[in-house]
Design a protein around this ligand. Structure first.
Ligand code: PLP
Length: 352
């Protein structure tokens, strides 16, 4: 019944989403704090008005608010530079469907976001994988020409490492590449810089962002892409007409308008991240400096999988990732201080 590439693929496995309240959930990089209260108020107003009508297909309200916010960094930006999605995964799918045919190649680094493999597999495209170097930079191979190359993905900050390539380096990669480059900025709000300015100079750069992490709205499903208007117009042809629902549009718009909530929450996550890193290192973990809301680490004595299992049995869920010849490790989301204290106490319990 199915296309051969669908039968052959395994399908993306999301991090565990346990039901019930008693798990300390540090495995899928959600924000540990509740979202801005203005989000619930905005969603309530939409419910009150009724849901019988279709939503605005282009989420104008959100695009206007986002353009205003981004224009403080890049004055050229207007709503025509922005496309909204049902989470940024929706945008990654739209971009892949718009640019990549069966048999084409998609390039991305490893270890990185595993969904890129899945998007390529659905499309029947080949993965052109470039391993990160030991210091989490990319060799020139990442920008190398290849006739069949149609798209490159770069998560920046990267997951699972939390590392960042400087905007200047990403600009060089984008210029050298023979195809469009998606800079997946899902975690950029936890980093020191971003690549937004690149879209002004290069029509082949597409930035994607999400409200799932830094705005604590993983459950709402809302993301957006930024690129030059002619690129956004083409991508818009590929999306579902109503890919963002009325509740999500209203909630997301309220969220990005509440700058005080954002600044406060971001500062809390960054402070806990610094503490988590220091405490893990004090316990002999090897950790990479992180510019995201998680920490990638190897426990002392190896055996990250065994530690993952022990923590899980104790009701603390972290993410075990195995990248084969690129190694394995634990990716631990920055939780509340109380959650991180519980994790550290358990690690001390388990230590020989
Ligand atoms: C979480 C994540 C996304 C997708 O987030 P959505 O919830 O779909 O908006 C995209 N890229 C990376 C690297 C992520 O970690």
């Amino acid at each position: 019944m199915f296309r051969s590439n669908i039968v052959a693929m395994t399908g993306y496995t999301p991090g565990e989403q346990p039901r019930g309240e008693d798990v300390i959930k540090l495995n899928t990089n959600e924000n540990p704090y509740p979202c801005s209260p203005t989000v619930k108020a905005a969603i309530g107003r939409v419910c009150q008005a009724g849901l019988q009508k279709y939503p605005d297909p282009s989420a104008t309200e959100f695009r206007e608010a986002a353009a205003e916010l981004l224009a403080s960094e890049l004055p050229a930006i207007t709503p025509e530079w922005i496309l909204c999605g049902n989470g940024s995964d929706d945008l990654l799918t739209i971009i892949t469907r718009a640019l990549v045919d069966s048999g084409d190649h998609i390039r991305f680094p490893r270890p990185s976001y595993v969904l890129y493999d899945t998007l390529a597999a659905i499309q029947g495209a080949e993965c052109d994988v470039v391993n990160f170097q030991a210091d989490w930079t990319l060799s020139e191979r990442f920008a190398k020409h290849c006739d069949k190359l149609r798209l490159a993905f770069l998560a920046n900050p990267n997951s699972p490492s939390g590392t960042v390539l400087a905007a200047d380096d990403v600009a060089k990669i984008a210029t050298a590449l023979p195809c469009p480059l998606v800079v997946d900025e899902a975690y950029v709000d936890f980093a020191d810089g971003n690549c937004l300015s690149l879209v002004a100079d290069n029509e082949r750069v597409i930035i994607t962002r999400t409200l799932s992490k830094s705005y604590a709205l993983a459950g709402l499903r809302f993301g957006f892409a930024v690129a030059q208007p002619q690129v956004i117009a083409e991508l818009g042809k590929v999306k579902d007409s109503y890919n963002c629902d009325a509740l999500a549009i209203a909630g997301a718009t309220a969220a990005i308008r509440d700058r005080a909530w954002f600044d406060r929450t971001r500062a809390a996550v960054l402070a806990t991240r610094a503490r988590l890193l220091a405490e893990l290192r004090a316990r002999g973990f090897e950790c990479v400096d992180s510019q995201a809301n998680f920490v990638w680490c190897q426990p002392p004595g190896g055996a990250p999988r065994a530690l993952y299992e022990q923590l899980k049995a104790a009701g603390i869920l972290v993410r075990y990732m195995d990248y084969g010849d690129c190694g394995d490790g634990l990716r631990i989301t920055v939780g509340t201080d109380a959650q991180i204290d519980a994790l550290l106490a358990k690690l001390d319990d388990l230590a020989p």
